[in-house]
Design a protein around this ligand. Structure first.
Ligand SMILES: NC(=O)c1ccc[n+]([C@@H]2O[C@H](COP(=O)([O-])OP(=O)(O)OC[C@H]3O[C@@H](n4cnc5c(N)ncnc54)[C@H](O)[C@@H]3O)[C@@H](O)[C@H]2O)c1
Ligand SMILES: [Zn+2]
Length: 385
């Protein structure tokens, strides 16, 4: 039983993640930062002598006071904070090398614990550093973007980019716990929130009709960041991912459905050199392309397609696309998720189910990308094929 004096009575939800390699809790709710140290101690068994925090300077400037308070109250050695500058250009082996060297110099050893406190980049690099430092130390995710709270902090994919492509070096290492504090989202730019919500729409479309409906009916509250509404969306998204990862930790089958919208989404990001749009925004466009293929194949109806497109746009605006169909199509060819040249594609089946197909033709893909580009230019539903 929890001693009442340690934990305040904020609303939180706990989602259990169980994979072949690990079991841990994702705790989502308000006020978690204020009680982080005792919660981490409970999740990790104890607080080791050396606790490292990897964060970005911006997040640390905003939230370090609140973050550190509970460590002071526990009267443990102050954690050592290491910084990763914001942005994909720093999600590199070079950053990981620098961070591990700083950890050695600050007295880190195999008993150390790492906390990744930031968005998906900090989480991916932090988890990667935990995976390679002294052959692996435990780590905790404290995600601060909506995308990281609903998606990237859960499931244990960690890694960095190469100049040749995104996330090409990495591993699977599950965290000991994830603490997603909704309060931290208070400083998140609106565009980042909206982009992250696209991953929740994805979660709903592939696995959770109830979430789709909730996001349709409560868009205003969600976008106004009402804690109850956000908590509901975060918990449902995490539960969905936990269920998928439990059955397929290393993406040999089912986990691929999490890539719904990502084949064309990644191609868009690559074709625009990761500069024109946020990941979630690219996924939103990619989902529209995938919906088109699904509609043409009859795995969703015209009505369902219209409904889902409307939902995606409700959480926009999406930035304009200044890229040709040819460039996007060329970029789909180098998606690392293509096994042996097979173009893997996730198609929704109705609302709340999805499957992976490997026989999407070049012509289908071209039609889908063209449809997506036409829709991005704001032309009406009459453009539908
Ligand atoms: N491991 C996975 O399963 C997985 C899944 C999806 C995405 N990812 C990765 O996640 C990364 C994208 O993550 P992201 O969307 O969180 O972007 P991000 O980590 O770049 O964060 C976005 C920006 O928001 C700022 N920020 C973060 N939290 C803030 C807060 N609370 N208040 C104010 N500003 C804040 C950051 O400093 C940054 O500038 C990509 O590298 C992607 O590959 C990983
Ligand atoms: Zn994604």
């Amino acid at each position: 039983m929890e001693p009442a004096s340690v934990f305040y009575h904020f609303s939180v939800q706990t989602i259990r993640v169980e994979t072949p390699s690990a079991k841990y809790d994702v705790v989502a709710g308000s006020g978690l930062l204020a009680e982080l140290a005792p919660r981490i101690e409970r999740a990790a068994g104890r607080l080791p002598r050396r606790v490292f925090i990897i964060s970005s300077p911006e997040i640390w400037a905003l939230w370090s006071g609140e973050f550190l308070r509970s460590f002071r109250e526990m009267k443990v050695d102050a954690p050592v904070t290491l910084f990763l500058p914001s942005g994909e250009p720093y999600k590199t082996l070079k950053s990981a090398e620098r961070l591990t060297r700083e950890m050695v110099r600050a007295g880190g050893d195999r008993s150390s614990l790492l906390i990744a406190f930031g968005g998906g980049i900090v989480g991916d690099v932090g988890g990667f550093v935990a995976a390679i430092f002294m052959r692996g130390i435990p780590y905790i995710q404290v995600p601060t973007t909506f995308l990281a709270q609903v998606d990237s902090s859960v499931g244990g994919k960690v890694g960095v980019n190469l100049p040749e492509g995104k996330n090409l070096v990495g591993n699977f290492l599950q965290p000991r716990a994830v603490f997603a504090d909704i309060g931290v989202l208070g400083t998140l730019p609106d565009r980042q929130l909206r982009a992250g919500l696209m991953e929740s729409i994805k979660a709903g479309i592939i696995r959770d009709r109830g979430l789709v409906r909730f996001m349709e009916e409560h868009a205003e509250e969600i976008l106004r960041r009402e804690p109850k509404a956000l908590e509901r969306v975060i918990a449902a998204s995490v539960r969905m991912k936990a269920n998928v990862v439990r059955r397929d930790e290393r993406e040999s089958g089912l986990r691929m459905i999490l890539n719904f919208g990502h084949t064309v989404g990644h191609a868009l990001e690559q074709a625009t050199r990761y500069k024109a749009m946020l990941h979630g925004e690219a996924v939103a466009r990619g989902m529209i392309a995938a919906l088109y293929v699904a509609r043409r194949r009859g795995t969703i109806t015209g009505g369902q397609m219209e409904r889902l497109e409307k939902l995606i746009h409700r959480y926009g605006p999406l930035p304009r696309l200044k890229v040709s169909a040819g460039r996007v199509l060329a970029a789909t060819g180098s998606d690392k998720k293509n096994v042996g040249g097979v173009r893997r594609f996730v198609l929704p089946v109705g609302i709340g189910d999805a499957g992976v197909v490997e026989d999407v033709t070049g012509a289908e893909l071209e039609a889908a990308v063209k449809y997506m580009l036409v829709r991005a230019r704001g032309q009406g539903p009459g453009a539908r094929g």
